[in-house]
Write a protein that binds this ligand. Structure first.
Ligand SMILES: *[C@@H]1O[C@H](CO)[C@@H](O)[C@H](O)[C@H]1NC(C)=O
Ligand SMILES: *[C@@H]1O[C@H](CO)[C@@H](O)[C@H](O)[C@H]1NC(C)=O
Ligand SMILES: *[C@@H]1O[C@H](CO)[C@@H](O)[C@H](O)[C@H]1NC(C)=O
Ligand SMILES: [Cu+2]
Length: 276
């Protein structure tokens, strides 16, 4: 009886509620940029001039930080276009039906060579973190994670704004959004997606060229297989009173000049009005 009721309950939930998820669209100011959609045919999307996001084939997560697709998901094929954006501007990632509540969210940038991002070997790309948010208050299990404030059950889009450093050099970049969901003990779920950016910033190289090596990460490899922030059971007895959580991937380099704490305090909803 119980399984039947459960099935009926789940069937009654809106569309993708059973599923996992991913980053659907981006906005910069009033402009929408459509991302890849794994639920519509590949041939309608790859090589389309509007595509600015690397291809991801499924809303399912990667279950290990050693996945060869940790950088930009599977298959991570590059798009034909990129999002034009000034340095210092905010880019907002748009998700629909993000339903997981626990774990950190991070945003990363990687500068591409002058000939663009398409030839980049993703497993060698060096990324620096520009945004992060984890546990905002309370304990690991019962407290509030930014991811929980980002969760939307009502079909409205979840909005995730992040500001680019103001002193970036003009050029091509990849931006990588990663949600790490920790609602299953010792079974992390990684949801990375990448888009291509054409940044108008300072001439030539900017602050990105100065990021110290210890702040750069490659994926896979950016998180250790035994990272205690990745392999964690938030429900364990030893964690029952734990109110701190170290976001994996190292800190954000202060030299980037980002006001990270202000952004962390912000809420994931209601900051922008969105036309769907
Ligand atoms: C947002 O993404 C969805 C899914 O990829 C797509 O169907 C929709 O057209 C996008 N919205 C806009 C305004 O581009
Ligand atoms: C990408 O880089 C990895 C690691 O250096 C290397 O093993 C692999 O052969 C490279 N792939 C291509 C297509 O060059
Ligand atoms: C958690 O806190 C409660 C209340 O202070 C205490 O009784 C309990 O022993 C603590 N448990 C652990 C594992 O620290
Ligand atoms: Cu999921």
């Amino acid at each position: 009886m119980v399984p039947v009721l459960l099935a009926a309950f789940l069937a009654a939930l809106p569309g993708p509620a059973m599923a996992h998820g991913g980053l659907s669209n981006y906005t910069v100011g009033e402009t929408w940029y459509r991302g890849y959609d794994p639920s519509t045919p590949e041939e309608d999307q790859v090589n389309q001039p509007w595509l600015i996001q690397r291809q991801w084939s499924t809303i399912d997560p990667l279950f290990t930080p050693l996945s060869p697709f940790m950088a930009c998901n599977d298959p991570g094929t590059p798009p034909p276009s990129s999002i034009p954006i000034p340095a210092g501007e905010t880019i907002t990632a748009v998700y629909y039906y993000w339903l997981h509540p626990v774990g950190p969210m991070t945003v990363w940038l990687s500068r591409c060579p002058d000939d663009g991002c398409n030839s980049v070997n993703l497993t060698e790309a060096k990324w620096f973190k520009i945004w992060e948010a984890g546990l905002l208050e309370g304990t690991l299990e019962r407290g509030t994670w930014y991811q929980k404030s980002f969760q939307r059950w009502d079909g409205e889009p979840g909005l995730w704004p992040a500001k680019l450093p103001e002193a970036l050099g003009s050029g091509r970049y990849m931006i990588r959004h990663e949600i790490l969901s920790l609602h299953v003990g010792y079974r992390p779920q990684f949801y990375p997606e990448c888009a291509h950016l054409e940044v108008k910033g300072v001439e030539g190289k900017g602050v990105e060229a100065e990021v110290p090596a210890e702040y750069l990460r490659v994926f896979p490899g950016g998180y250790e297989q035994d990272d205690a922030s990745v392999f964690i059971d938030i429900y364990s007895e030893e964690n029952v009173n734990t109110t701190t959580y170290v976001i994996p991937g190292g800190p954000i380099w202060e030299g980037l000049g980002l006001h990270v704490l202000d952004e962390k305090a912000g809420t994931a909803k209601g900051e922008y009005s969105v036309e769907r």
